[in-house]
Write a protein that binds this ligand. Sequence first.
Ligand SMILES: Nc1ncnc2c1ncn2[C@@H]1O[C@H](COP(=O)(O)OP(=O)(O)O)[C@@H](O)[C@H]1O
Ligand SMILES: [Mg+2]
Length: 266
Amino acid sequence: MAGNGTIVGSEKLVKVYDTGSVKVEALRGVDLNVNRGEMVAIMGPSGCGKTTLLNCLSGLDEPTSGKVLIEGTDLAKMKDNQRTEYRARNMGFVFQFYNLLPVLTAVENVEMVLLLSGVRSRDARARAERALEVVGLKGLEKHRPAQLSGGQRQRVTLARALVNEPKIVWADEPTGDLDKRNSNEVMSLMQELNSKLKMTFVIVTHDPDVASRCRRIIHMEDGLIVKDVPITEKDALLHPRGGDYSTCGEKDRGAARISIEQQGSL
Ligand SMILES: Nc1ncnc2c1ncn2[C@@H]1O[C@H](COP(=O)(O)OP(=O)(O)O)[C@@H](O)[C@H]1O
Ligand SMILES: [Mg+2]
């Protein structure tokens, strides 16, 4: 059952891909609740259904049966345009197939999200520039993706995911193409956004180091959740986070953003 703190939940989520000759049961009855402000890692062998789960929870894909509740509303009962609008307003995506457009500059890639949701171009530009500053890319606004390193490109993707201040960010192997240093920096940034801006993160990863920086690790196998492990305070102390997670409210978002900028360490 979904409780008050739940931002997204699933009940008996099943997804069968029917390719004609074979049916693949990618999800076989997944019950999951993610609370507001959580930072969750999803791990498991390749092909166990992680991407399918993320796609179904975020409404990018439709489950074969079962339910997804977003802030208490049944995703299947929303009209298409409501779902799209909800996504545009409340969700950010750091997916590998959500690639940056090569012909656009960093700032244009980020502001596109806002322009598509009707923000005026001058405001969109200012917000996109601020988001790039938050992820440590001030001065690189006019660079095209090919002129940026892999780590910098992933930061542009993060800036694009956070520019509309989503409640929840879905990330599918966000550090998959990065070296250790860049991977650590991207993770620190996500921890910072989680702790200070209260954004909820659901992160699919193969990397135990990435998972250990989350507050909960869900293990999947063969279309099911087989283990759901909270990371204890003691474990968390080994991987210190940016700020106090429990005391930062909605109104602190702006202040937190400024302090992220002022630290200048990202
Ligand atoms: N569009 C699709 N059509 C058919 N089978 C698919 C499709 N997408 C995923 N699958 C299959 O569903 C299973 C789960 O895939 P996926 O969710 O991508 O796993 P993971 O992200 O954990 O690697 C795999 O067996 C995969 O081959
Ligand atoms: Mg996958």
